[in-house]
Design a protein around this ligand. Structure first.
Ligand SMILES: [Zn+2]
Length: 151
């Protein structure tokens, strides 16, 4: 063990610290001076993206850019639905309805997530909901082995 009062060890540590700072500064300069390429795609992809139409991720119904909810299935499709306090309630309700109707991936981690979220949000009604979700998880709507996802 090197003694902390050893002047050679102190100078060595200062030199290593200086080298580390110089390397860190060199990394910052390298990142700062890197060539900027704002779009990773070419003009053809840019044109196709500008002509693309937004669709509902659940039923693939075309959506206007200002839509909050899908006209076809009623699910939340707005870009800020999960951030706005009033609209967030509908998004959360959609998640819980999916759990109660068995329309989720058949994964124990997702089932555990439903249990924990519902216990945190609705602790008094949690046992009823949890038994319902567990029953749906064991007997999915399409029969045993059926995927828990909506078509
Ligand atoms: Zn839809």
């Amino acid at each position: 063990m090197i003694d902390a009062s050893d002047p050679n060890a102190i100078i060595g540590r200062i030199a290593l610290g200086g080298l580390a700072l110089a390397a860190f500064w060199r990394l910052i300069v390298w990142v700062r001076d890197a060539p900027v390429k704002p779009d990773p795609w070419d003009a053809e992809v840019e044109r196709q993206l500008s002509e693309a139409v937004e669709v509902c991720p659940h039923c693939l119904t075309e959506q206007p850019p200002t839509a909050w909810f899908c006209k076809g299935c009623g699910r939340a499709v707005g870009p800020y639905n999960n951030l706005m306090p009033y609209l967030q309630v509908f998004s959360e309700g959609e998640v819980f309805r999916n759990g109660a109707s068995g329309q989720f991936r058949n994964r124990p981690l997702i089932l555990t997530g439903y249990f924990l979220i519902y216990l945190a949000i609705f602790p008094l009604l949690a046992p009823i909901y949890l038994l319902w979700v567990l029953a749906v998880f064991r007997n999915p709507p399409g029969g045993p082995g059926a995927p828990h996802l909506r078509e």
